[in-house]
Write a protein that binds this ligand. Structure first.
Ligand code: NAD
Length: 420
């Protein structure tokens, strides 16, 4: 990574993804000099206290800390601070990074606020819940020469990179039909998800299905043109209702089809962190082709003689070494490895690339265009088909799975399919 200037990072949202992936990655980048100051904002103090007291993070990054907003050492845990992140952004020097890790429906407001205050933005997926919002973000960022990237970490799983090169070289033939699945653990129901991943805001396809839709585009270059999503409603422990199981069908511009099955129900006693994988069936002139990625079981079997108290802990485990693990690599503490880290490194690196343009707006814009055209880092310009899919998916699931078509052209839009 070419480090142009020390960059401050304000992470907005201190929940599960921050604790699991963003924090270890950003700490490691800080250790390497690519990141300077780290602020973390949450709605209230409990997640910040948890983050600060996380033993694994302390062991991996001894002596590294973050500025807590609100300050968990001072404020009471039942007080909420929904707008404090804005005050933190107001105080940042221009052209640093705001890393948005809020619940899905809050991304848009925070991203626009950060851009208006001249900050580069990295957002967890999905960037927004509508195409027009993503377009507005793209335009505003480009006008100001600011980078916006969406964290689709599966793009940095090397097996997807291998498949992309092989597919683009013609070695698979053409994608015809496939299925992908990602079932998150049952215990997610007990977490903060029950407060926001409810029927009116999101669903399991929106939350997690987008990874494989994005991956099919990344590998094949095809655009999705039609979506239908059937959702099974279940109650969370707090009584809120969510679409906790979804079955989506995504049709692509060449007529091919991908079934995407998502849920919040992988057994707590199961050996993996979740259940996930993709099967793509392709065809050439004389034979069929096949791409199969088991993205959960990656060849590791461990059976421990001890077990922790976390609901997902089990004696027999099939841990993935490939998403994000903290291991010894020499030097102080532990080093994050895996595509979860590489993805965040790639996004922060993109900000440094844009900053090579310095105060010259046109130079920064030219670098943004180059990153868009490479299609490796997800940007609003090269990946807003994802927002169209999410928009279409939400429209479909709220209408009992009716098919919704995506129309591209000058003003892309989604609408119910008409049957003649
Ligand atoms: N596979 C993936 O790429 C992946 C995995 C998990 C989560 N995510 C995405 O990350 C986002 C967050 O998910 P999570 O699992 O961490 O959720 P979470 O519920 O654990 O955490 C949400 C956090 O947002 C904070 N928050 C809410 N409103 C706020 C406000 N007004 N100001 C400041 N902070 C506020 C809460 O305090 C909490 O810390 C979601 O968009 C989700 O889709 C992506």
């Amino acid at each position: 990574m070419k480090i142009t200037k020390p960059i401050d990072v304000t992470i907005v949202g201190g929940g599960m993804i921050t604790e699991m992936q963003i924090m270890p990655s950003i700490y490691h980048l800080q250790r390497q000099g690519a990141v300077k100051e780290i602020n973390v904002c949450a709605l209230n103090t409990p997640p910040l206290k948890k983050l600060s007291e996380n033993e694994t993070l302390k062991q991996a990054f001894p002596g590294q800390t973050f500025n807590s907003y609100p300050d968990y050492k001072v404020e009471s845990e039942d007080k909420i601070f929904p707008d404090l992140y804005k005050e933190v952004i107001d105080k940042m020097e221009e052209r640093n990074i705001v890393f948005v890790a809020l619940p899905d429906q809050l991304h848009y407001t925070a991203i626009i606020y950060a851009l208006e205050h001249n900050q580069h933005v990295i957002s967890v997926k999905p960037l927004t819940l509508s195409y027009n919002e993503a377009l507005e973000i793209e335009k505003l960022a480009y006008t100001k020469g600011l980078f916006v990237g969406t964290e689709y970490h599966k793009r940095f799983d090397d097996r997807a990179g291998m498949a992309r090169l092989k597919y683009r070289a013609g070695d698979f033939g053409e994608f015809r039909i496939g299925y992908a699945t990602l079932i998150e653990p049952w215990y997610y129901r007990d977490s903060n998800f029950q407060n926001w991943c409810t029927t009116e805001n999101s669903d399991m396809f929106t939350y997690i299905g987008c990874h494989y839709v994005d991956q099919v585009n990344m590998i094949t270059g095809l655009l999705p043109v039609e979506v239908s999503v059937y959702g099974v409603k279940d109650k969370y422990p707090n009584g809120n209702e969510g679409y906790l199981w979804t079955n989506a069908n995504v049709i692509w511009e060449n007529g091919s089809s991908l079934a995407v099955i998502n849920g919040m129900g992988y057994p707590n006693v199961g050996p993996g962190g979740n259940s996930q994988g993709i099967w793509l069936f392709t065809q050439g002139e004389r034979d069929g082709g096949l791409m199969f990625h088991d993205d959960q079981y990656r060849g590791v079997k461990h059976s421990y003689i001890t077990k922790g108290n976390h609901p997902g802990d089990s004696y027999y485990n099939e841990p993935s070494p490939d998403y994000l693990k903290l291991i010894e690599r020499g030097g102080e503490g532990l080093t994050p490895v895996g595509y979860g880290y590489r993805s965040i490194e790639g996004l922060v690196n993109s900000v440094h690339r844009v900053e090579e343009g310095g105060d010259n707006l046109e130079d920064r814009q030219a670098i943004i265009k180059k990153i868009d055209d490479e299609e490796i880092i997800a940007t609003p310009s090269n990946s807003s088909f994802n927002e169209l899919v999410i928009e279409a998916g939400r429209m479909s699931i709220l209408n009992d799975g009716r098919s919704v078509v995506i129309e591209y052209g000058d003003s892309p839009t989604v609408k119910f399919k008409e049957y003649k």
